[in-house]
Design a protein around this ligand. Structure first.
Ligand code: DOR
Ligand code: ZN
Length: 367
């Protein structure tokens, strides 16, 4: 058992067998390596949820308009800091939104700023606010060359937008058509394949050198695609890349629990107002920041891998991003509570993952 994780065990069997059950987990304070905080009236609605659990987060740049320059990233960072709950400490790690026109000079500026920690590659049209994304990877070459030279990670939404490819195969097609050739041509480029959803992505990341890593969301560790259709269509379980078959969920969970430092926590918490999900053409994204650590704990617990949770949540991410590990602690206890049915979201409301349903772990408030 990992000596740095304090695990309290209770004996659950009265008679012959003694099965040890872990009821308390103490972790080095984790970071969220993939997060959507939005902007304007929505930002102060979601930020406290993340601040409660995480010390830092890689903040996605798919705003309207997208965060395409360092100047915009610095301004967005100031808005995030201004929205922090009084007395809280949290470090937003900023990203730029890669376009066909991103220059090498912009990458130089980004790195020199010290606050931009990655550049997000959305294939144009792949997901929410991705219209200004990259139309062909070759168009982004000057920026990618500069990133390779400077060691700035490329954070990839790994799905092709080719509508002739089945929705459930778009991650694999992206690996074959775009990512594998890119990694071959630019072996020094640091790449995080974000929110991976398939065993193909797990195998690909495992097969690459240490420059290539991946984030895993709590929803892709806990659920397979059946969740979208239980008793009717469930818009709050729709995200991109979409949930996949059980065999893929198992491969993701195995990767998360493997101890391999290439795999780390990134919630992809992606809030959308209730009425934009519960409609005839609903937005992609699951909001999980209200209970991200609790959901991950449940996934690791189910897999019998709680002793691997801390490395995944608190060590692999900072090590990859070449940042110091955090020093504070968070404590989770095994305790059932129902997720709220909704949260305020500016003038709207937001439906969290597991709305109105029980969660099995609870983070204790800071002592
Ligand atoms: O489900 C998703 N929601 N996937 C993404 O890639 C974007 C995100 C969002 O911004 O809502
Ligand atoms: Zn995302």
């Amino acid at each position: 058992m990992n000596a740095t994780v304090a695990l309290t065990e209770s004996k659950t069997s009265a008679t012959t067998t003694t099965s040890a059950r872990i009821d308390r987990i103490e972790l080095t304070r984790p970071d969220d390596w993939h997060l959507h905080l939005r902007d304007g009236e929505y930002l102060p609605a979601v930020l406290p949820h993340t601040v409660r659990q995480f010390a830092r987060a890689i903040v996605m740049p798919n705003l309207r308009p997208p965060v395409t320059t360092t100047v915009m990233a610095l301004a967005y960072r100031e808005r995030i800091l201004a929205a922090l709950p009084a007395g809280s400490r949290f470090e937003p790690l900023m990203t730029l939104y890669l376009t066909d026109r991103t220059t090498a000079a912009e990458i130089d500026t980004a790195v020199a700023s010290g606050v931009v920690k990655g550049v997000k590659y959305y294939p144009a049209g792949a997901t929410t606010n991705s219209d200004s994304g990259v139309t062909h990877v070759d168009r982004a070459r000057p920026a990618l060359e500069a990133m390779q030279r400077l060691g700035l990670p490329l954070l990839v939404h790994g799905e092709v937008t080719d509508t002739s490819v089945d929705l459930f195969d778009r991650e694999r097609a992206f690996i074959d058509r775009v990512l594998a050739p890119l990694v071959r041509d630019m072996p020094g480029l640091r790449v995080v394949m974000e929110h991976i959803t398939t065993r193909d992505a797990v195998s690909f990341v495992e097969s690459c050198g240490p420059e290539v890593a991946a984030t895993l969301t709590p929803h892709h560790l806990l659920m397979n695609r059946n969740a979208i259709f239980v008793g009717g269509i469930r818009p709050h379980y729709y995200c991109l890349p979409v949930l996949k078959r059980e065999v893929h969920r198992q491969a993701l969970m195995d990767a998360a629990a493997s101890g391999n430092p290439k795999f780390f926590l990134g919630t992809d918490s992606a809030p959308h107002a209730r009425h934009t999900k519960e409609t005839d053409c609903g937005c992609a994204g699951c909001f999980n920041a209200h209970a991200a650590l609790e959901l991950y704990a449940e996934a690791f617990d189910r897999a019998g891998a709680l002793d691997r949770f801390e490395a995944f949540a608190s060590f692999h991410g900072p090590d990859y991003y070449r940042l110091p590990r955090n020093t504070g602690k968070v404590v989770l206890v095994r305790e059932s509570w129902d997720a709220p049915v909704e949260y305020p979201y500016g003038a709207d409301t937001l439906v969290p993952l597991r709305a109105g349903e029980p969660l099995q772990w609870r983070q204790l408030p800071e002592a």
